[in-house]
Write a protein that binds this ligand. Structure first.
Ligand code: FES
Ligand code: FES
Length: 187
């Protein structure tokens, strides 16, 4: 099919396009997109950011979560044109390669906070968002804060441990930092 052909979908929902400019993972991006394109499809299909996982595509599972201006959004429920002028972060922004993981990613690996990994990019980004306040969290607080993202594998406790471990790393530094490692050791 060529782009000039009109489909039944176009007839029902329109084929209008618009130019969007946004900042994605630290780089300015400008593309012409159909106005009906979701932010999730834009990130995956136009920018090849395939860490954005589509599960339900109905706003239920949270696996498509990305950060918009630092706050989590479900990218399946948002149009690309609605992100015009905003800053988007996906998990690809956190580390250049597997040998240079972000402290949050290290914590998820150390605590076995993932199994199949389908929910993991969303969990990692949500963790980045909630830990921005630098506060310690109880299990119940973490459970509540990640409750918008469904994980079918882990039973959640290891994810909770990973979020708390990541908080210690970010507060104290991987090698101890401000508290000489006492907090990171749990003493
Ligand atoms: S794919 Fe977006 S909430 Fe499930
Ligand atoms: S690790 Fe499989 S869905 Fe969470």
């Amino acid at each position: 099919m060529t782009t000039s052909e009109t489909t039944d979908f176009d007839t029902r929902y329109g084929s209008e396009t618009r130019t969007v400019t946004l900042r994605v993972n630290g780089k300015d991006v400008t593309r012409e997109v159909p106005t009906r394109t979701t932010l999730a499809d834009f990130l995956r299909d136009d920018l090849d950011l395939v860490s954005v996982h589509l599960g339900c595509e109905h706003g239920v599972c949270g696996c498509c979560t990305v950060l918009l201006d630092g706050g989590s959004v479900r990218s399946c429920l948002m149009l690309a044109v609605q992100a015009q002028g905003h800053e988007i972060e996906t998990v690809e922004s956190l580390s250049a390669d597997q040998n240079n993981l972000h402290p949050i990613q290290e914590a998820f690996a150390e605590e076995q906070g993932l199994q199949c990994g389908f929910c993991t990019p969303a969990m990692v980004l949500r963790t980045k968002e909630i830990l921005a306040d630098g506060q310690e969290r109880t299990d119940d607080e973490v459970r509540h804060e990640i409750s918008g993202i469904l994980c079918r594998c882990t039973g959640y406790q290891n994810i909770i441990n990973a979020v708390q471990n990541a908080g210690r790393k970010l507060r104290c530094g991987a090698s101890g930092g401000c508290c000489g490692g006492d907090e990171a050791k749990g003493s």
